[in-house]
Unconditional design. Structure first.
Length: 434
């Protein structure tokens, strides 16, 4: 495989503590077992059973069946707190600046803090093409985005914390979330109360990332990933003979003009400093050469970082579709769905993660601050509720042919990243409570 990725950064494994390095074979074993048994969103029954069996064997308190297949494990540290901490400041908006101000102005104190760690665990409807011993055993379903690795890292973190409760003062909630790929499991878990009893003060999560080489960490405050909105439109024209077009309302012509016009939204309605994308990913109409199609259907997606755009694209897309249809005498049926808001990282928690990452990877090469992507993630719903940080852990290694992109049928990653992920989570826990 030819790849444009750089050689993986120098990894000093001595920066990963011995107890976690010794856990690496089990992390690989768990990840590969999960990879062999992939399950789609809200169908992760085998995955949930596997996670629960491990937590039960380690005597970790946990709840199952949250939002159908979700699990929350709770681990309480036994280290006595050395001083009081600012109390939790629940997020009312996605404005990280507001969080920074609130956290410094709030005067009340609390002696016990709660940090949440989130890992998604669902797979994708993809037929795996990898020829490896741990290849998917479920036809047409594959872990092609690294969620099996996320779950293994979360399990390793839970195991280590349970064995070293004397090293931190506070409570850690580990959230195993279903259905990130679709239709979204974060919001149902929040509605089920996973951020309460006890209330979560902050949350962190990671995504194994084949867009970065092994040994790097992508971490930035503010917008990391984009909002995801979807639209389905059906153009209702009037069919007829291809040689007698004046008797028809050509849905293909109408749809073609709509596709072109939609591109003007970003080009002429969005500030060039802001980033946004409008993509029509599917367009279907007609059946043969000489028949003007009665209907045409299109599917598309919208992506943006700025939360102020919420509602704007829906309105503008419908205005364009309505205007073009009216000018041609056609009608339309539009369905618009705001799937996920943008992932907005809190400044203070991002600094915590960055300081930890600098202890693990070689810097400055190892820290990648400009790592935004127009991909979406429902971690965003958690970050709307409490301050937190979602970051990328580089996992590509072209030298081992492990650099295929996410959602590719040959996607795989360098499993060295698993231990690194556990180490980063553990150090974040220790530093958050210290």
């Amino acid at each position: 495989m030819v790849s444009s990725f750089p050689t993986p950064a120098s990894i000093n494994l001595s920066r990963v503590r011995l107890a976690i390095r010794s856990l690496q074979p089990q992390l690989v074993e768990w990840r590969r077992r999960l990879h062999q048994k992939p399950e789609l969103g809200f169908q992760e029954k085998l995955t949930a059973e596997f996670i629960s069996s491990k937590l039960q064997a380690w005597e970790i308190d946990h709840q199952t069946g949250i939002a159908k297949t979700g699990i929350v494990a709770t681990i309480k540290g036994t280290k006595p707190p050395t001083h009081n901490f600012p109390s939790a400041n629940r997020r009312a908006t996605a404005n990280s600046t507001q969080h920074s101000a609130l956290s410094t102005q709030h005067s009340s104190l609390s002696t016990h803090k709660v940090l949440a760690i989130r890992a998604d665990m669902d797979a994708l409807p993809i037929q795996e093409l990898n020829e490896v011993p741990y290849c998917s055993q479920h036809d047409g379903v594959m872990h092609a985005c690294g969620h099996d690795g996320h779950t293994a890292i979360a399990l390793g973190t839970a195991y280590y914390l349970q064995q070293h409760r004397q090293d931190f003062a506070g409570t850690v909630k580990i959230i195993f979330q279903p259905a990130e790929e679709s239709p979204g499991g974060a919001k149902p878990m929040i509605e089920a109360g996973v951020l309460k009893n006890p209330d979560v003060d902050a949350i962190i999560g990671l995504h194994l990332w084949n867009n970065l080489p092994l040994g790097t960490v992508g971490v930035r405050s503010g917008a990391l990933m984009a909002a995801v909105e979807l639209f389905d439109c059906k153009i209702l024209g009037k069919g007829g003979h291809g040689a007698i077009p004046h008797q028809t309302v050509d849905s293909v012509v109408v749809a073609a003009q709509i596709v072109n016009a939609l591109q003007t939204i970003v080009a002429r309605n969005v500030n060039p400093i802001d980033s946004a994308v409008v993509t029509v990913g599917a367009l279907h109409a007609g059946t043969t050469h000489n028949v003007i199609a009665d209907t045409a259907t299109m599917k598309g997606t919208v992506r943006y970082f700025n939360p102020a755009f919420q509602g704007f694209f829906h309105q503008r897309i419908e205005q364009i579709i309505a205007g073009i249809c009216q000018s041609h005498g056609a009608k339309y049926d539009l369905e618009y769905c705001s799937l996920y808001p943008p992932v907005i990282n809190d400044t203070n928690i991002t600094e915590l993660v960055r300081s930890v990452a600098e202890e693990i990877v070689e810097t400055p090469m190892g820290i990648v601050p400009e790592c935004q992507t127009m991909g979406g993630e429902d971690m965003s719903f958690f970050l709307q509720e409490v301050p937190g940080c979602y970051f990328f852990l580089g996992s590509a290694n072209p030298e081992k042919d492990l650099a295929y992109p996410h959602h590719h049928p040959r996607f795989d990653f360098d499993e060295t990243a698993l231990g690194m992920g556990v180490e980063i989570f553990i150090r974040c826990v220790e530093k958050f409570f210290s």
